[in-house]
Design a protein around this ligand. Sequence first.
Ligand code: CA
Length: 227
Amino acid sequence: MALLLLVEDDARIRTALMRALTERGHAVASESTGMGGLRHAVDEPPDLVVLDLGLPDLDGTSMLRMLRSVSRVPVIVATARDDDRAVVASLDAGADDYVIKPFSAEQLDARIRAVLRRSSAPEGASAQLVVGELVVDQRTRTAVLGGAELDLRPREFDLLAYLAARPGEVVSKRTLLADVWQSPYGGADKTVDVHLSWLRRKLGETAAEPRLLHTVRGVGVKLVEPT
Ligand code: CA
C-alpha cells in the first residue's frame, strides 16, 4: 500500500483512477491543477505522484521540474499520445516512468509497484560494484570514476548500476527496457539510446572510442573493464 497523489484535470479519469487504485489497497489523494499538485506534494508528501502531462494551468513537464527542485518523490507521468518528445522531456525532467493514455488501472498499479520497489531497493543490496576505475555504490546511489564522482540522473544511475552488476555481459536494449525502465512492451528503444549516450558522455568516452561502455552492434551493450 502506498500514499499516492494523483494530479489529473479530467474529473472522469480522476474519479475512475481513484476508485481503482483505492480498490488495489492504495490511499489516494488528488489535485486537478499543476499548482495544486505542487503545493500538495510539498505540504503532504506522498510516496508517489501520478502526473497527467496535459494540465490546464501548467505544462506537466514544467510542474515536474519545479517539483524536482524541492523533492525526490517518485513520479509516473501519464501522457495522452505516444508522443516521444513529451516522454523524453519528462524523463529528462526527472520522471521515473510513464504510461500512455488510455491505460488500465492494472498497468498503472504494476508500474507504481515497480517504481516503489526500485526507489526503496538499497537495504541489503550488495553495496559496491567495481569495474576497473569505476565504483558504483548502490546504497548511496553514487558512482565514482577514477576518484571523481559522476553527476548522474536517477535513471542514468540505475542503468549504470545494472550494467556494472553484470560486467562483460552483453545486455539487449529490450532487457534494459524491461529491467531498468520496467517497460517490457518496448516501443521506446530511443529512450535507451538517449540515456546510453548521456551516460557515455558522463563517463568521458564516445561510442567510436569506448573504454567502459561498449556497443555490440545488433545485440546490445556491455560494461567492461578497460584493457
Ligand atoms: Ca489532462
